[in-house]
Design a protein around this ligand. Structure first.
Ligand code: GAP
Length: 440
């Protein structure tokens, strides 16, 4: 990591804490590695991102069905999926300081791996299962073991038959889910990039085997379209074909969407052709037939599956990386988060020039009216310049200023975050103007 990229990451982390987006988990107790908590702006940003994903892939389509499965599942499900035997990372340990590292994160010198802390030769790699184990009920024995799900996908495969029997969807169709997933990462790091507790937005799209290639291509395009719709910088997105041997055990083809994060080009999302692996495995382990009968073709078969999968936190980091800008204006530097209006936590700030009732009264009325169509914040503290800078830093696309002229001309000034241009708009026309600007 060079100084420039390191400082961009540090600036993003600092802004997120300072402005109430994201805080280190359990901070007052010294934190807990791999966990982060959302503040008021962060949770709104997260929900806005999730809502655009849900709208794009579920509400706006007639071939997708949402589900919300539990985090705890019968442990047999994770035996069937291959996670109990194979969801592991190679772990190496320093015999001197006992620190543990992911073997693929430590470089070799002359074919040997040394401890990054004290240079001692590290142990041979051993496989470390990343699923968090827990016990169900009052007894702690091998029969009570369950796991916190490592991916949301499992809940969709085990509910395939329930959805088919209750909704009778026609093939091809997809199941979609947003939810928590947990991984006991050996080395959580890089802010919200590698976490132990995260959220995933996943689709399991089922089709006849003969249709997998065209389905893969359609979902690849839609995935990219959605990424651009939330303001990800297209130049930072790279589609990388994953070679044989590097793919997950269930995949016959995978494209990773890698992104130029401040820490380098890394995986943002994956698109995998999971074949009929999961439904076949769950059929075998549960002894429940998970085949599909196509009424039109009169064919019974186990559907094949294409899976677009993305982590919410990596999406947030990609959004922040795309949006973060510093600009020199006069003799100061302004920091701007140029969020797309669809995901900005606050879309409009209403700022009376003075706290006096003659201005705060109309400004509060405007806030009330605009709140019916947008996410609005009323702010009367500090100088107008400081308030503009604060709104720029939290990514508010428009500021509406109520000044003393408003009392005469019944108009307000609307400032555009990105261009800093100001328009004088009649209060009566403000709702229509803002709706148009926000693309509502
Ligand atoms: N169901 C497929 C699956 O879980 P994955 O590549 O292991 O595939 C999918 O994870 C996505 O989840 C990744 O592309 C990434 O966005 C996110 N993700 C995975 N592990 C993560 C972690 N430890 N912290 C944050 N996000 C993670």
């Amino acid at each position: 990591m060079n100084n420039e990229t390191q400082s961009k990451m540090e600036k993003i982390v600092s802004l997120c804490k300072r402005r109430g987006f994201i805080f280190p988990g359990s901070e007052i107790y010294g934190g807990l590695a791999g966990t982060f908590d959302y503040g008021p702006l962060g949770v709104t940003l997260k929900k806005n991102i999730q809502n655009t994903w849900w709208k794009h892939f579920v509400t706006d389509r007639d071939d997708m069905y949402g589900i919300d499965a539990d985090i705890l599942m019968n442990p047999r499900a994770w035996e069937a999926s291959g996670h109990v035997s194979g969801f592991s990372d190679p772990l190496v340990e320093c015999p001197k300081c006992h620190r543990r590292f992911r073997a693929d994160h430590v470089e070799k010198k002359d074919g040997v791996q040394h401890c990054p802390e004290d240079n001692t030769v590290l142990s041979e790699p051993r496989q470390f299962n990343m699923m968090f184990k827990t016990n169900i009920g009052a007894t702690e024995d091998p029969n009570s073991i369950s796991y916190l799900r490592p991916e949301t996908a499992g809940g969709m495969f085990v509910n395939f038959k329930n959805v088919v029997d209750s909704i009778h969807p026609k093939m091809p169709f997809g199941l979609a889910q947003i939810g928590k997933a947990f991984r006991n990462e050996i080395a959580p790091r890089d802010f919200v990039f590698r976490l132990r507790e995260m959220e995933q937005m996943e689709i399991e799209y089922f089709c006849h085997e003969s249709k997998w290639e065209e389905t893969f291509e359609e979902l690849r395009k839609e995935f990219k379209k959605w990424m651009l719709s939330i303001g990800l910088n297209e130049k930072f997105i790279h589609e990388v074909e994953i070679g044989d041997g590097d793919r997950a055990h269930y995949s016959k083809r995978t494209i990773d969407f890698e992104f130029d994060f401040p820490i380098g080009q890394k995986e943002l999302a994956g698109l995998a052709y999971r074949t009929d692996f999961d439904l076949k495995q769950h059929s075998e382990f549960s002894k429940v037939d998970l085949s599909y009968f196509d009424e039109e073709t009169k064919e019974r078969y186990i559907p094949h599956c294409i899976e677009p999968s993305i982590g919410v936190e990596r999406t947030i980091l990609a959004v922040l990386t795309s949006a973060y800008k510093e600009e020199v204006v006069g003799d100061e530097t302004r920091t701007v988060l140029s969020f797309s209006p669809s995901i900005a936590p606050i879309q409009v700030a209403v700022l009376p020039l003075s706290k006096k009732d003659e201005l705060s009264g109309p400004a509060k009325d405007i806030t009330k009216r605009l709140s019916k169509i947008a996410r609005v914040q009323y702010d009367e503290t500090q100088s107008i310049g400081k308030r503009y800078r604060r709104q720029d830093e939290i990514g508010t696309p428009y500021c509406v200023t109520v000044d003393f002229d408003t009392l005469d001309d019944l108009a307000v000034t609307v400032r555009d975050r990105d261009t800093m241009n100001q328009d004088r708009i009649k209060i009566d026309e403000l709702e229509a103007y803002i709706s148009k600007k926000l693309g509502l």
